[in-house]
Design a protein around this ligand. Structure first.
Ligand code: ATP
Ligand code: MG
Length: 546
């Protein structure tokens, strides 16, 4: 965690210093209408980061006040994703648990003359709302008495009215320069069953009324949300004040949401991709959902590091996707074991080598403690076709006719002969092992510049690899529709041969395929049929100057 404070932490420091709050309490309030995505990770890192930094608390609260869309699958996935990121919540709550509290708050407002039942249609309310330049027009129902409002509100609750026939509006100020303060609707009639409360309610609170009550009721001190709620803050403050919650009242603080180039941050569109079968599901490794990213092999540590590095600000901006990849690469470079894989195999016969042996090859030279694994070696091996040139350019350090190269973790070999087919394509190499050149005990006296990966033909595994790209093609001026940017070639399936040790890998294990990239074992692997997802390439394309 960084020692630098962001603007939210500055506010919290001030509140602690002034004695306004004695303990810091935050919450993460997802709507269970989809899976969490990388944007949510930023909000999670902020809220749970504050909990950790200040020894405070953070609740997970499902914002399920909207009865139509919620789904148990989403609730479970959200919990799993938060745990996976490494966070643990204090209380697990549902906004719908507060429907009684919210109802009581509405009654309180009515009794105080601060809310009224209106018979206007949604269109009438919109038309009378005014604009930024003109005040709104008062509702013809604005001056109903408290008794009448109470009676009507109870009738709304008791199912007397059809959907849309009546709403409860806060009575604030139809001339307010802030449109959200022009008598906003706070309750609506909706005859819909709710997954938590069943048929108990046929009226439901609006978000702007429900959210501040949830925060205040739970004792949240700092309610952190994204910038689009900035204009709603006066209403938030009005609700907690007029509902007479005790001090300290929760304070809403807004920050800029995370946007990443070529990355979809809309649950609605992600759901569309799933529903239309354009991806393998919410956890497709190309999806920017946390479950997709997890399956893609992105480590949670790298995501937290990314969120820390991009920081928290009030200015909207777009982060390059290569920056996230670069955080992932940094982490994997330190932690992932190196293994050998060959994507385009070219057979090499070692004419002067008979028998077989098991080599001990270093897993990761960057690790704090160096470990080794067993790699079988025998007379026939495969190297990558791209590591041999019949007619090499100058300064070519890989294998060429009459040239030398080191096989990683094994021997130096010399290319004696390249066999070709009728069209001149290389079909096989005949090589000899240089005596006394074994890695770690090399006394051959030879210096070779090239080191290449290889796999043992007798024991290697045949694996399937998914090469992955963004689901969106690069932005083109004027194209705003994600559908037009959908990258139909975002997943390519290729075959590869890997060293035998990978047959022992577990789903989720991450590796560096030497000189190729980082890969993770996917859950679609069955027995010896391994499936790997590409995590990131080896080369960093992030350019901080851009
Ligand atoms: P979507 O528009 O994708 O449905 P949402 O904002 O409606 O997202 P919620 O479930 O309401 O999703 O979000 C839970 C929390 O995550 C909120 O506090 C929200 O502000 C925050 N959040 C959502 N998207 C982002 C983002 N791109 N960057 C930072 N925070 C985000
Ligand atoms: Mg939302």
């Amino acid at each position: 965690m960084s020692e630098f404070k962001n603007f939210i932490e500055d506010i919290i420091d001030g509140d602690l210093a002034s004695g306004k709050v004695s303990e810091v309490y935050t919450r993460f309030p997802p709507e269970p209408n989809g899976y969490l995505h990388i944007g949510h990770a930023k909000s999670l890192c902020i809220n749970f980061g504050i909990k950790a930094k200040y020894g405070g608390k953070c609740n997970l609260r499902f914002d399920d006040t909207n009865p139509s869309k919620e789904d148990v699958e989403y609730v479970e996935s959200i919990k799993e994703d938060i745990r996976w990121l490494g966070f643990s919540w204090d209380k697990l709550l549902y906004a719908s648990d507060y429907f009684d509290v919210m109802f009581d708050c509405a009654v309180k407002l009515i009794k105080k003359g601060l809310a009224y039942v209106s018979d206007e249609t949604a269109d009438e309310i919109r038309e009378r709302r005014g604009t930024l330049y003109e005040p709104g027009i008062e509702s013809p129902y604005r001056n109903r008495s408290a008794e009448e409002n109470l009676k009507l509100f109870f009738e709304m609750r008791d199912g007397v009215y059809a959907d849309g026939a009546k709403v409860l509006r806060a009575k604030i100020d139809m001339a307010s320069p802030n449109l959200n303060m022009r008598d906003p609707v706070i309750y609506r009639v909706l005859h819909a069953a709710h997954h938590n409360t069943g048929d108990k309610w046929c009226i439901y609170p609006m978000y702007d009324f429900a959210h501040p009550i949830e925060d205040a009721y739970e004792g949240i001190t700092h309610s952190i949300c994204t910038l689009e709620f900035e204009d709603h803050r006066p209403l938030y403050d009005w609700v907690v004040r007029e509902c007479e919650f005790p001090d300290p009242l929760p304070q809403q603080i807004e920050f800029a949401r995370l946007n990443i180039t070529n990355t979809i941050m809309s649950k609605r569109y992600l759901k569309k991709l799933v529903d239309e079968g354009k991806v393998m599901g919410w956890d497709d490794p190309r999806m920017p959902t946390l479950s997709g990213i997890r399956r893609r092999g992105y480590p949670p540590e790298a995501i937290r590091d990314f969120c820390e590095r991009i920081g928290v600000s009030k200015a909207n901006s777009e982060v390059q996707s290569s920056y996230l990849e670069s955080c992932v690469r940094d982490y994997l470079n330190r932690t992932a074991n190196r293994v050998m894989a060959v994507f385009d195999p070219l057979k090499v016969v070692l004419t002067n080598y008979d028998g077989a042996e098991t080599l001990q090859v270093e897993n990761n030279g960057n690790a704090e403690t160096i470990t080794y694994r067993s790699v079988p070696f025998s007379k026939e091996i495969y190297i990558d076709r791209s590591d041999f040139e019949l007619v090499p350019p100058p300064k070519y350090y890989r294998l060429k006719p009459d040239g030398y190269v080191r096989l990683k973790g094994a021997y130096i070999i010399h290319c004696d002969e390249a066999l070709t087919d009728g069209d001149g394509n290389v079909t096989e190499l005949r090589c000899s092992v240089v005596p006394n050149s074994k890695s770690g005990e090399d006394v051959s006296g030879m210096k070779v510049k090239g080191v290449i990966q290889w796999v043992d033909a007798a024991t290697c595994a045949d694996v399937t690899v998914r090469k992955l790209q963004s689901l969106l093609t690069d932005a083109v001026d004027g194209v705003t529709d994600f559908n037009e940017r959908f990258n139909a070639d975002s997943m390519q399936i290729v075959q590869a041969k890997t060293e035998q040790s990978l047959l022992l890998a577990k789903v989720g294990d991450r590796f560096q395929f030497m000189r190729v990239g980082y890969y993770v074992l996917d859950r679609d692997s069955k027995g010896k049929n391994l499936v790997f997802n590409e995590i990131v390439s080896l080369k960093d394309s992030f350019n901080p100057a851009k």
